[in-house]
Write a protein that binds this ligand. Structure first.
Ligand SMILES: *Cc1c(COP(=O)(O)O)cnc(C)c1O
Length: 217
């Protein structure tokens, strides 16, 4: 099936309230244009340099989502245009995002990435530290950041119950924090292999790569 057929097939499964982020890492400009030409506007990348090159070459009405681990010294490259950073995991990073937001005279939207898997390789704030982390954000009164919710990645596993439990743990944290943080509206969970589970848990953003563009090399 073609890229545009894959997108419409996924959209059929998904409520219009859920944002589909087409993950284009390693994929070519030509492939992204095919998605763009089928009217898709939300794209995600996990590397600053690759995303910035693509942003320069593609139409400016695209929303670019940073979904990968972000280094502090690279925030400046994406600050002028990024639509949402899904992967905030430290206060130092937030301080830098706020500073770059000021320089660019804009508010940068962020999600806090929470480590919900049992894999040490995965990034994110510890589940047990999230509450403190959010207290600090509130204290810091960032003027150029809007924290809109949480992001998480389930363990790499075929075990659906395990994935469901991990997503459910994030959903619970999301609901708890939402009481303190009225701006909290976004829950970014679900990838090609597990988005159907994520949708059951109330995902508001799914990040899909291989189901749209095929396997990455
Ligand atoms: C690559 C990536 C995805 C998409 O993965 P697929 O399995 O290809 O859908 C989603 N989220 C993050 C953070 C990624 O790095």
């Amino acid at each position: 099936m073609s890229i545009s057929e894959n997108i419409s097939k996924i959209k059929k499964d998904v409520s219009i309230k859920v944002k589909l982020i087409a993950v284009t890492k390693t994929k070519s400009i030509k492939e992204i244009k095919e998605a763009y030409n089928s009217n898709h506007r939300f794209f995600g990348e996990n590397k600053v340099q690759e995303m910035t090159e693509k942003w320069k070459l593609l139409p400016k009405d695209i929303e670019w989502h940073m979904i990968g681990h972000l280094q502090k010294n690279k925030v400046k490259y994406i600050a002028p245009y990024v639509s949402l950073i899904h992967s905030v995991d430290s206060i130092r990073l937030l301080n830098e995002i706020d500073k770059q937001g000021k320089k660019n005279n804009r508010t940068i939207n962020c999600l806090i990435q929470v480590n919900i898997s049992d894999e040490e390789s995965k990034f994110g704030v510890n589940k047990d530290s999230l509450s403190n982390f959010i207290e600090k954000i509130i204290e810091n009164k960032y003027e150029n950041i809007a924290v809109l919710g949480l992001m998480g990645m389930a363990s790499f596993s075929q075990n659906e119950e395990k994935i469901l439990n991990e997503f459910a743990s994030l959903k619970k944290l999301f609901s708890d924090q939402k009481r303190k943080f009225p701006n909290f509206n976004e829950l970014s969970i679900g990838m090609s292999s597990d988005y159907k589970i994520a949708l059951k848990l109330g995902s508001t953003m799914i990040r899909i790569g291989s189901k749209i563009f095929g396997q990455r090399n």
